[in-house]
Design a protein around this ligand. Sequence first.
Ligand SMILES: Cc1cc2nc3c(=O)[nH]c(=O)nc-3n(C[C@H](O)[C@H](O)[C@H](O)COP(=O)(O)O)c2cc1C
Length: 193
Amino acid sequence: MNSNPVLTALRQRNSAPKLDAPAPDETQLDQMLRCALRSPDHGRLRPWRFVSFRASARDELGQLLESSLLRSNPQADEAARAKARSAPRRAPLVVAVMARISEHPKVPAWEQQLSAGCAAFALELAAEALGYAAIWRTGSFCEDAELVKALGGAGEDRIVAFLYFGTPACNLKPVPDLDPDDFHERWDAVADS
Ligand SMILES: Cc1cc2nc3c(=O)[nH]c(=O)nc-3n(C[C@H](O)[C@H](O)[C@H](O)COP(=O)(O)O)c2cc1C
């Protein structure tokens, strides 16, 4: 197996569900964002937007998540409300990644959402390259237009990720050893045989 460090980093990427300080600092987050901004982007629409939350700003996000929960389920009990409210406290840095959708004759919304997803993945990979860990979370909040608006989005914009960043506070799981052949069909081999 080739030991190129980029390939190794891609093969070994591993999410960490429990995260503690330290998290990437502002300079490192800037580096990570520069990586995200190189995500594939049909039509150069730059269909992404990032909102980062640290320290007590995470509680402002928590309030927004609780309000979102209550919009989708007005009967939510205190335990569910507290879970939503405290969710951003699960890591020292949270970044909401939004797909900023524009009307374009050749680039439908789903392509722009995929670009924003690539940007989210790039942020995860860049964080790992800097020695941190991450996990990508979503939930019903992502379907909530009011929350999108509260985070500065509009129209068809969509939250594609809440990325949690920090230093693992748990043992990382073994990276699954999946077999590419289970997911890959070789049409060229069929044609040449
Ligand atoms: C679009 C998307 C949404 C996700 N939402 C959640 C989520 O809400 N909660 C969660 O525990 N994991 C979620 N995950 C999965 C984790 O980020 C992670 O992939 C999973 O824990 C498996 O770990 P691994 O990626 O290291 O194999 C989501 C992944 C993606 C791509």
